[in-house]
Design a protein around this ligand. Structure first.
Ligand SMILES: [Zn+2]
Length: 251
């Protein structure tokens, strides 16, 4: 309050009253924050003067100081707007980064799903030597319940897709066999194996080696007998070539 009256003995009592009124006015100004700003500026304190008109004290603020206040207010406004803009931009960037991460995660899951769903032929670089439903006295049903892949004994046999092993061991006419419940709920069977490389309950991935081909069971020579079934049991066979084709494998 540098611009208030200095107390002195030359004052008349009447002036003191007006001072009180003026002080009330200054107090009201203080709530606006302007006085606080003025008081905080040393330059302003020097610039202020109180003219004693003999009636009402007048506070004068030079144009220079007024400009300084305007410039300060303007600078604060600009800074506040800039900060708000920067915060908004940072928020947008963070959201975009989050979206990007989510898109990458989705793509990775999709790639993994495709990899797990991708099917392969049970014997690589082979061919079907005996077709589905071919008739022969060799089979008890009188017709072939699967397809035979040409394969020398000891050839790697692959799970055609991902699934869980539900049966392994001796399968009578099928010799050593493996049955897998596929991820799509169907079953595949692999027969006449010379070696079984998986156990019941084991999860297998598409293309994973599950055993070696052979000539066990009712055969005239080594090959892989392959079936697609709706259940793990004999007699629920469906066309294995059509099944493989549904999963993108042409044999
Ligand atoms: Zn067969």
């Amino acid at each position: 309050m540098a611009f208030m009256y200095a107390t002195g003995k030359h004052r008349k009592p009447g002036r003191v009253k007006r001072t009180t009124v003026q002080a009330a006015g200054v107090a009201a100004l203080t709530t606006t924050g302007v006085v606080g700003t003025l008081a905080a500026s040393p330059a302003l304190a020097a610039d202020n003067s109180v003219e004693d008109t003999g009636l009402t004290p007048v506070i004068t603020v030079s144009d220079t100081v007024a400009e300084q206040i305007d410039a300060q207010a303007e600078a604060q406004l600009v800074a506040a707007r800039q900060k708000a803009a920067e915060e908004a931009a940072a928020k947008v960037a963070a959201e975009e980064a989050k979206k990007e991460r989510e898109a990458q995660a989705r793509a990775a899951r999709e790639a993994e799903r495709k990899r797990l769903n991708a099917f392969v032929a049970p014997i690589a670089h082979s061919y079907v030597s005996t077709g589905y439903k071919a008739s022969s006295s060799l089979w008890s049903s009188g017709s072939h319940t699967g397809i035979d892949f040409h394969a020398a004994s000891g050839t790697s046999v692959h799970a055609v897709g991902s699934g869980t092993v539900v049966s392994t061991g001796w399968g009578g006419a099928y010799g050593n066999q493996i049955v897998i419940r596929m991820a799509d709920g169907m079953y595949t069977q692999y027969g006449h194996l010379s070696s079984i490389g998986v156990v019941v309950g084991q999860k297998v991935l598409s293309g994973q080696q599950i055993g070696l081909s052979g000539a066990t069971g009712n055969v005239t020579g080594p090959h892989l007998h392959f079936e697609a079934r709706t259940t793990p049991e004999y007699g629920s066979d469906v066309d294995p070539i059509a099944y493989l084709r549904q999963h993108g494998v042409n044999v």
